[in-house]
Design a protein around this ligand. Structure first.
Ligand code: AMP
Ligand code: MG
Length: 313
């Protein structure tokens, strides 16, 4: 079987890609969807599949986007529309994650995400504003049967890209694609074997280490992805619902490798919020490993990470 080795950078919103072998046989196309930069690479003969994937992404955007008022999720949050199969799957898994993490991962975090609005804000909200938003969160009030949001607002930003990446990979495999890199803003799924570069969170244009990954997803959550700075402090996009502030667990970035991109996505966000000891969360998921880079430079991995993925610094 053809073995293709590629180097990619697992990151958010930026993507660097260079193939070592067979470069002339590959094609990469880029688009902007799901509020991020999307890059998909396949063999040239499968290039039509990329266009199909882009169409699929637009369809999912109309399901999960919170910035589109007519999306299925927006309608649901506004008390209209019904629970679609996709939303139910993502919501059900998210509620499980919320219970696993004792609410550090909270799919009802929307009021805090909107308040912090790190894309547009350049000053921190007041403690009172934070408390008001925090009081509107709480995954415990959401039930699936019977379905009720319990007055809460759902944000699937920490998990939907993983779910969608899995769906794109599934459709590729169904159509016989044997090698592809599906990169939804750093939420990466690999069909085939690749060298993956983990971004240095302190110098995001550089690679911290490389790993070799086959037929799995690699997802990184980091404080360098979306943030603003105010009075010398960085306020990033991952909120700790227990405090109402951007999390301060000492983690600079958390990378999770798993057969399921949805699980890797939710886990990387959860570990980023909960800190290094929560790396043991990976034990609850099959064949799932993690690498954490702490703000003090310390690197922590699950037991089998280095050996399994040929970690090279
Ligand atoms: P990620 O980049 O996958 O780590 O996810 C970050 C996104 O998840 C944010 O932009 C929010 O939309 C959402 N989010 C932020 N904090 C939380 C949280 N505590 N639990 C669940 N989702 C969150
Ligand atoms: Mg995530």
């Amino acid at each position: 079987m053809k073995k293709i080795l590629l180097i990619i950078i697992v990151c958010f919103a930026v993507f660097t890609f260079s193939s070592c072998i067979n470069e002339s046989k590959n094609v990469t196309r880029q688009t902007f969807a799901l509020d991020t930069v999307i890059n998909i690479t396949t063999n040239k003969e499968d290039s039509e599949r990329i266009n199909e994937a882009f169409t699929l992404l637009r369809e999912y955007e109309n399901v999960f986007s919170r910035t589109k008022p007519e999306s299925k999720l927006s309608l649901l949050n506004n008390g209209q529309g019904e629970l679609t199969e996709d939303i139910e799957k993502v919501l059900s898994f998210s509620l499980e994650m919320s219970r696993f993490t004792d609410g550090a991962f909270d799919v009802t975090v929307a009021p805090l995400v909107d308040l912090w609005n790190v894309k547009e804000r350049n000053t921190a909200p007041t403690a009172e504003e934070i408390e008001i938003a925090r009081s509107k969160t709480g995954y415990e009030d959401v039930t699936l049967s019977p379905f009720s949001l319990g007055g809460k607002t759902i944000d699937t930003g920490a998990v939907a890209k993983g779910y969608i990446a899995d769906k794109v990979a599934e459709s590729f495999k169904d159509k016989g694609v044997e090698s592809a890199v599906i990169d939804l803003g750093g939420n990466v799924v690999l069909i085939g074997e690749y060298k993956v570069g983990i971004r240095n969170p302190f110098s995001p244009d550089e690679i911290f280490a490389t790993i070799t990954v086959k037929d799995k997803s690699a997802v990184t959550s980091g404080a360098y992805q979306r943030y603003f700075e105010y009075e010398g402090k960085r306020y990033h996009h991952i909120i700790d619902p227990r405090t109402g502030y951007p999390s301060e667990s000492g983690v600079a970035s958390a990378t999770v490798i798993s057969p399921s991109s949805m699980q890797a996505d939710a886990l990387s966000t959860s570990i980023f919020i909960l800190g290094k000891d929560s790396i043991s969360l990976c034990d609850n998921f099959p064949d799932t490993e993690a690498l954490i880079i702490m703000e003090n430079g310390e690197v922590i991995t699950t037991e089998n990470f280095e050996e399994k993925y040929e970690l090279k610094k």
